[in-house]
Design a protein around this ligand. Structure first.
Ligand SMILES: NC(=O)c1ccc[n+]([C@@H]2O[C@H](COP(=O)([O-])OP(=O)(O)OC[C@H]3O[C@@H](n4cnc5c(N)ncnc54)[C@H](OP(=O)(O)O)[C@@H]3O)[C@@H](O)[C@H]2O)c1
Length: 150
């Protein structure tokens, strides 16, 4: 991957599924180009909070996969009581609240969808903000529960 950067074929490097400081340190011990992005499972029930603080010092950003919990788990995420309460208060859907939280928390988030209405809905998150209290409430949903194990 580094050779592709040196050859001018790609601008930057993204890696995926690195969840511990030790795994990051191992990569950084031999990398000559620091990755720009780490794409990890990251949703309300599994938040990369500590890892994010660690990698941000190297200028690395975390990108979320399964931002809604992934196919088969979206309803568990959308119907979380805290998310639903915040959604009602803002008159927004749960999907928008989750995406807005992801953005404000400093993650890059690209949800999967093959439904045009959903895609439009998912783009409409720039006309409101979550305050610190609501950001904190969502942070507290975390229970370090992953859906996958790779
Ligand atoms: N690096 C890795 O190991 C890894 C692993 C898994 C996934 N990923 C990547 O992460 C990205 C996201 O993963 P994902 O698509 O599996 O999970 P996701 O984004 O958490 O969830 C996608 C599901 O959410 C539904 N959805 C999207 N917007 C919605 C909305 N506004 N309202 C209601 N439902 C909505 C979609 O259904 P509709 O189609 O009906 O909208 C789909 O069933 C993908 O690009 C995937 O390739 C990477």
């Amino acid at each position: 991957m580094e050779q592709s950067v040196y050859d001018g074929k790609v601008k930057s490097i993204g890696i995926s599924n690195y969840y511990t400081k030790e795994a990051i340190d191992k990569v950084l011990s031999y990398a000559t180009i620091i990755p720009t992005i780490i794409q990890n499972e990251n949703h309300i029930y599994y938040q990369n909070t500590e890892l994010q603080k660690y990698v941000n010092q190297y200028g690395i950003i975390i990108e979320s996969w399964y931002p809604f919990g992934g196919r088969g788990h979206t309803s568990e995420n959308f119907n979380n009581e805290v998310i639903k309460e915040i959604a009602e208060k803002h008159n927004k859907t749960s999907a928008r609240i989750i995406l807005r939280w992801q953005l404000q928390a400093g993650y890059i988030v690209i949800p999967g969808s093959s439904n045009e209405d959903h895609i439009l809905e998912n783009y409409s998150i720039f006309d409101f903000e979550l305050d610190n209290e609501n950001m904190e409430k969502i942070a507290n949903i975390n229970k370090n529960q992953r859906y996958e194990n790779w």
